[in-house]
Ligand binder design. Structure first.
Ligand code: ADP
Ligand code: ZN
Length: 758
């Protein structure tokens, strides 16, 4: 085979942001979406790609003996001698990855110190979507306006056949099975009519044709305060330029309705919209409201989609057919050709931080994506993260504040219940966890026919099982963690690695029988007390492990909203987003649960969670009340909730962070060194310590055993690196980590802006 000329043809100039084209014979740099993937040179062949390839195009290339998918990232680097450069095998028919998506991939890789290929993998997560979808055979009448006369064709006009003709006359051509279902007949009837030539087959592309949300579908009449903020957001969408708006307002103030107006404006401009939500399985009510407002559904993007749905959705986004996507953090990496607005709902939620693989914070990366695309981003929250609040204060973000609950619904009254003063009274069911004033309030509320939420952020029956004879505590064999008893499942479960084992009959330590005792409450144990105290109340435990799939969640939320349940016992899955108009009392057991431990954001997060939970009370016409049980009533978080003075609490937290030069006043990076062989892990840690950056502005703490010193059987050590805000931490980290050789059995993970300190 004749080889194309040796010198790579220059890439055609990219005009107006149009992607560069690479002619046959030229070299291209192809980024491979592999964990360690970088850009490798390949040659555009003379045949096989239907002409030049375009920047961003997905191609198939040889890699060793395998064939891999890659994306044309730009001109070749020229680092490889010509003789070694292999040909691109073929180009995929999917639209090229937009330039802004490619820049985003590069940006995220550089920021998180990840391989660009690892980030690209999140953008081309559905390789099947790159292919042309296989055409589908559909059946219809030759002329739907004039159904054929079966008897004249010598075919008996059975009722089933006539039903098919009628369906064929009313509906567009459909696959045989669907046409049969519509007509209420068996597939065989449809096939028989096709063989007889009454129905004619044709081929169509089976691509998802999502209904277009209608921006002018009638929405609610906004209050003047809401209108003003909605108009501000709409102006940003029309402009369009990069801006960050913090949309703040208590739960129920109408944030969702207000940002829906911005979504409508983007739809009017014909642009795509992305709404990021922290927990897609809990968005049933959100989806229903979206449909009410826009008369159609958005496309969903999350890990629970079927493979076919993922493929169709990815392609609908890439082709521009998807107008609105609502998704989990990974939806940021979809290949939007014309994204015009991003909304991050509940921006303070920690679920936006990805801990595995490429560690990134989707809220922060949404801001970056908006900047690269020169579009607005809206961060919505009742309890903004300190990072966002400080950015707003500094004028980097614009603060838009919705002051009141819609329709004058009042904020619930919050009281702090000191458990030292009001210890729980024992009952027939065993130990109690509810303080007498809370018991009284629950009884009153149920008597009025209203709903109660008892909140305890702990799944299972009891967080610890110990032996009364020898004091043995049952621990996970793979993690530094106690096993949690789940009495419904009759098992002990590790909440970190999922290890589970039956509850033993005798103590694993001393062999004593019937000596194991549950310590402390989980929601299942609280449910025992509830059944003991209010046997007539219809109660239900709602936790992530008792819920099941999205449709089960939606059904449960509907049952609650329809008041088929009187008393909810729930973990944080119930804290967020839901609107239950009959719910007027929220009691929180162990309000101080999240305050212990050395986490930088412990107080802030507890405040956010409790504010969210409290926001569930009194969302309808009836006023709500909230009772916080605690052993630390004087703690600033509980005081802030009781007095409603969030500002002083946040100001104090901000000062604390400033004084300690903690984020966002300084920069942090964590390094986790882990492996099954403890000695090998320690050896790497010693080498890292030896080569630690010498710059006096850089503070390196560690190595220290991580709080989860053993996780999934791996030993873990941590370093924490702190630099001043004005300093770029990435070059510091890169310079350091490249000095140390890491054996295969040891993993070194870098986490820029860590949120988990475990
Ligand atoms: P948030 O997102 O701030 O919690 P929502 O947008 O969910 O607030 O609004 C709370 C409730 O009030 C929702 O049921 C919403 O439909 C309703 N609501 C808000 N604003 C209006 C309005 N202007 N007209 C009618 N209903 C409204
Ligand atoms: Zn474990």
């Amino acid at each position: 085979m004749t080889r194309p000329p040796a010198t790579p043809a220059p890439a055609a100039p990219a005009e107006d942001g149009a992607p560069a084209r690479f002619a046959a014979g030229s070299r291209v740099g192809v980024l491979l979406p592999l964990p360690l993937g970088g850009v490798y040179d390949y040659r555009v062949p003379l045949v096989g790609t239907d002409g030049p390839v375009v920047e961003g195009q997905a191609v198939e290339v040889p890699l060793g003996k395998r064939r891999e998918i890659g994306v044309v990232w730009g001109p070749g680097t020229g680092e490889v001698p010509d003789a070694k450069v292999k040909d691109v095998l073929r180009a995929f028919p999917a639209p090229p990855l937009p330039a802004v998506t490619r820049r985003f991939v590069d940006w995220v890789a550089a920021y998180t110190l990840s391989a660009p290929g690892a980030v690209l993998r999140m953008a081309v997560s559905v390789p099947q979507a790159l292919e042309e979808a296989r055409p589908l055979t559909v059946y219809g009448l030759r002329d739907p306006a004039r159904p054929p006369d079966l008897e004249a064709m010598g075919i008996k006009a059975t009722r089933a056949r006539l039903a098919v003709l009628q369906a064929g006359a009313e509906l567009p051509p459909l696959p045989a099975a669907e046409l049969a279902r519509e007509a209420g007949v068996s597939d065989g009837v449809v096939r028989g009519l096709a063989e007889a030539g009454v129905l004619v087959p044709s081929q169509v592309q089976p691509l998802l044709a999502p209904d277009r949300p209608d921006p002018d579908h009638p929405g609610p009449q906004l209050s003047p305060g809401q209108r003003e903020i909605a108009d501000d957001l709409c102006r940003r969408v029309r402009q369009p330029a990069f801006s960050v708006a913090l949309l703040e307002g208590v739960t129920g103030s109408g944030k969702t309705e207000v940002y829906f107006e911005a979504v409508a404006e983007a739809l009017r401009a014909g642009r795509q919209v992305l709404v990021l939500v922290p927990e897609i399985s809990l968005t049933g009510q959100w989806l229903a409201r979206f449909r009410r407002r826009f008369g159609a559904s958005p496309l969903e993007w999350h890990s629970e989609l079927t493979a076919a749905r993922r493929r169709d959705t990815w392609r609908a986004v890439a082709d521009g057919r998807a107008a609105v996507v609502v998704g989990a953090r990974s939806a940021l990496f979809l290949p939007y050709p014309d994204l015009g607005l991003i909304v991050v709902d509940e921006e303070h939620e920690q679920a936006f931080k990805q801990e595995e693989g490429v560690p990134y914070h989707a809220r922060d990366m949404a801001v970056v994506r908006a900047q690269l695309g020169a579009i607005p981003v809206v961060l919505a929250s009742a309890t903004p993260s300190l990072e966002t609040a400080i950015n707003a204060e500094a004028g980097r973000y614009d603060r838009l504040h919705l002051p009141d609950r819609h329709a004058g619904a009042e904020m619930p009254a919050v009281t702090v219940v000191d458990m030292r003063r009001y210890p729980p009274e024992k009952g027939d069911w065993g130990r109690s966890w509810l303080a007498p004033p809370v018991v009284e309030a629950v009884t009153e509320t149920l008597a009025k026919g209203e709903q109660v939420l008892l909140f305890l952020n702990r799944r299972g029956y009891a967080p610890l099982t110990l032996c009364r004879t020898c004091g043995y505590r049952i621990q996970c064999p793979n993690c530094t963690a106690w096993l949690v008893e789940h009495r419904l499942a009759k098992r002990l479960v590790c909440h970190h690695c999922g290890h589970s084992a039956p509850l033993p009959a005798e103590c694993p330590g001393c062999g004593a029988e019937d000596s194991l005792a549950a310590c402390g409450p989980g929601v299942e144990r609280l449910a025992e007390e509830v059944e003991g105290r209010w046997p007539q109340a219809r109660s239900v435990v709602v936790a992530s492990d008792t819920l099941g799939g999205p449709s089960a969640v939606a059904a449960m939320m509907q049952r609650i909203a329809d008041h088929e349940v009187d008393l909810l016992i729930g973990t944080q899955v119930l804290a967020k987003g839901h609107h239950f108009p009959q719910l007027t009392l929220v009691g929180v057991v162990d309000s101080d649960l999240g305050l212990s431990g050395g986490d930088l954001r412990a107080a802030e997060r507890t405040w956010q969670l409790l504010t969210q939970v409290a926001g569930r009370a009194g969302r309808g016409e009836k006023p709500g009340r909230v009772m916080l049980q605690t052993y630390q009533p004087e703690h600033p978080v509980l005081q802030a909730l009781a007095t409603g003075d969030a500002d002083s609490f946040l100001a104090a937290e901000t000062e604390g962070r400033r004084a300690a030069s903690m984020p966002p006043f300084g920069r942090l990076a964590a390094v986790i060194v882990s492996g099954e062989d403890e000695a090998a892990v320690d050896a790497v840690c010693r080498a890292l310590a030896q080569h630690a950056p010498r710059d006096p502005a850089v503070e390196v703490l560690g190595p220290a055993p991580a709080p989860l010193a053993l996780l999934r059987g791996r030993h873990r050590r941590r370093f924490l690196v702190k630099t001043p805000r004005g300093m770029r931490i990435q070059p510091v980290m890169r310079g350091w980590l490249t000095k140390v050789r890491v054996p295969h059995a040891v993993r070194v993970q870098v986490d820029i802006d860590p949120y988990s300190f475990l």
